[in-house]
Design a protein around this ligand. Structure first.
Ligand SMILES: NC(=O)C1=CN([C@@H]2O[C@H](COP(=O)(O)OP(=O)(O)OC[C@H]3O[C@@H](n4cnc5c(N)ncnc54)[C@H](O)[C@@H]3O)[C@@H](O)[C@H]2O)[C@@H](O)CC1
Ligand SMILES: Nc1ncnc2c1ncn2[C@@H]1O[C@H](COP(=O)(O)OP(=O)(O)O)[C@@H](O)[C@H]1O
Ligand SMILES: [K+]
Length: 515
């Protein structure tokens, strides 16, 4: 049972999967009405906790079981002393929903068909549509939703804000802008897509005891799409260290970054790597940046390289008896400029795990993403934002739409682990497994935060080199750690206080006391 509770928050489902899981529960004997009663009871309880002092509530009710949930909530809140009004603009209701309406009305709870009739409420509960929404919302409901959004009343959505596509998070016509979303049973994939975030508000899972066996029967033993949780992220950290070890056993990362034009990116990447705790850090930069890097990172081995006329690295001049195979992992890209093309070609040809970011990605796109990566002998991790993603994968439709699908396609095409940056960063391996980082902060939308991630990720990969941890799990840990550092920094310093240097200083605070 403990195991189930630990795993349930990782699970992400589509509408079709949720329907299959529910069908198994009903087939096993659970009456549909009993489940609705249980689920809506939990929703009502949570609503009372959230909006305890307010007691005028409007319940927006749809024709299906999302509306049925809403009506049970209406009844429960009525019994708890709330003044409840139902808004129900549909004539044809599913049978269970219709029965709950009849009973609610028999209790004297008023029900209106016109939104104008609904009295002034302290807050609204959105039970219009859940995962059964199957087409665009049209008038008159679309206009009503727009009007409701303009009222600026707090709204709690049941399962998901009505109007969002359950899988892609796309707005189907229009959608309720909720302050809270109480997601039922298992996390719906659409709630983890960037395009849905403006509509969701604060999202919580209402666990209603879906048996783990039913989840497994539908999703398989290892679900394809998962949320990163503190448990999953912390489990891959290289802690505790073995008592007898030395610096090279704790990973040797080579960073290749910076140019005369972009010196700061090299420092930020290196500070991200420092935050990872990596045993040994070597940093290859253009010769003219060497002193600067040494002054910021006295512990690192800074390798000054010959420069092009434009101040990019012209040639990797590694120390004697060292070649690229001497390192546990390589991270390459931030601040390089596109003039460092030969360097990127050289690291691509190496047999070491490689993280490519920023100009490393722009150069890869120029070289031809798919064909170039086919030559790789070791793991490659690409960390594009949407702009870089489109340059790398011009054939893949829309990295701003269904990002889960986009990142899966990119990983499958390229054979790399792809981390698609965003508000809900998504990571896929070539076999189609996806991790989504469910929490982050717009405080990170700031120049240089990506550099910190590259260094952190490189450092974690270097430390994992001889361990049997899948690369995508390490990448997921880095994304989570980076996001949590942003959240912690923003909570202490506001969303305006999280410059990339500050972010790097918060990495350690995330894990102290937790691992
Ligand atoms: N079976 C149960 O008792 C449980 C119900 N749950 C609730 O049931 C919901 C799913 O219920 P349903 O499958 O009935 O589906 P929904 O209630 O989400 O909506 C489907 C209904 O809306 C209509 N509809 C769909 N798209 C429309 C559109 N664009 N314009 C107008 N009407 C449209 C359909 O004809 C159908 O009547 C979940 O989201 C959840 O709230 C579960 O979460 C918990 C268990
Ligand atoms: N709105 C947002 N919410 C959460 N995280 C964000 C948001 N915008 C950006 N980020 C994160 O910030 C980082 C930005 O990286 P990137 O775009 O490479 O910027 P830079 O190159 O300037 O460092 C990524 O990790 C991304 O996921
Ligand atoms: K809803």
């Amino acid at each position: 049972m403990l195991n189930r509770n630990k795993h349930i928050s990782q699970v992400v489902v589509t509408a079709a999967q949720m329907r299959d899981i529910e069908a198994r529960i009903f087939a096993a004997g659970m009456p549909v009405s009993a489940l609705m009663e249980k689920v809506a009871g939990l929703i009502a309880k949570r609503i009372q906790e959230i909006w305890e002092p307010s007691n005028h509530v409007g319940i927006l009710t749809g024709p299906g079981h999302n509306g049925g949930d809403g009506l049970v909530v209406a009844r429960e809140l009525h019994f708890r002393g709330y003044d409840v009004w139902i808004y129900l603009p549909f004539d044809k209701l599913k049978e269970l929903t219709s029965q709950h309406l009849q009973y609610a009305q028999s209790l004297g709870i008023p029900c209106y068909q016109e939104i104008e009739q609904l009295p002034d409420c302290d807050f609204l509960v959105d039970g219009l549509f859940g995962f059964g929404l199957e087409r665009e919302i049209t008038d008159p409901i679309a206009s009503v939703i727009n009007q409701l959004n303009e009222w600026n009343k707090p709204i709690i959505s049941i399962d998901l804000p009505s109007g969002l596509h359950t899988d892609t998070g796309e707005v189907l016509g229009t959608a309720i802008r909720a302050n809270y979303t109480l997601c039922l049973g298992l996390w719906k994939q659409g709630l983890l897509q960037d395009q849905a975030l403006d509509y969701i508000g604060k999202a919580e899972l209402i666990d209603f005891d879906i048996p783990w066996a039913d989840v497994q029967a539908v999703l398989g033993d290892v679900p394809k799409v998962k949320r990163i949780t503190p448990t999953t992220a912390l489990s891959t950290l290289p802690l505790p260290r073995p008592p007898v070890t030395h610096k090279y056993k704790e990973g040797h990362l080579l960073l290749i970054c910076g140019s005369r034009r972009y010196a700061g990116g090299a420092i930020l990447t290196a500070l991200g790597a420092r935050g990872s705790g990596v045993g040994m850090l070597s940093i290859a930069v253009p010769e003219s940046l060497k002193q600067l890097l040494v002054s910021h990172l006295p512990e690192a081995l800074v390798i000054g390289c010959p420069e092009t006329e434009t101040g990019a690295i012209a040639q990797l001049q590694l120390p004697e008896n060292t070649n690229l195979s001497s390192f546990s992992a390589i991270a390459c890209g931030p601040g390089l400029t596109k003039d460092a093309i030969s360097i990127v070609q050289e690291v691509l040809a190496s047999d070491r795990p490689l993280v490519l970011d920023a100009d490393g990605l722009n150069i890869l796109a120029q070289l031809g993403t798919i064909l170039t990566l086919q030559q790789r002998q070791a793991a490659t991790v690409l960390t594009p934002h949407t702009g870089e993603f489109h340059r790398l994968f011009p054939d893949i439709a829309d990295a701003k739409g269904d990002r889960v699908k986009a990142v899966q396609e990119a990983a499958a095409q390229s054979g790399a682990v792809v981390l698609l940056k965003g508000a809900r960063t998504a990571i896929a391996n070539p076999q189609g497994s996806v991790w989504i980082n469910p929490e982050s902060t717009p405080a990170l939308a700031r120049g240089g935060s990506g550099d910190v991630l590259t260094g952190l990720l490189g450092g974690l990969l270097a430390q994992a080199v001889n361990k049997a941890i899948p690369v995508e799990d390490i990448v997921a840990t880095a994304a989570w750690w980076h996001g949590q550092a942003g959240i912690l920094a923003a909570s202490e310093r506001t969303e305006l206080g999280v410059d990339a240097f500050t972010l790097s200083q918060y990495l350690l605070k995330v894990i102290v006391g937790r691992s």
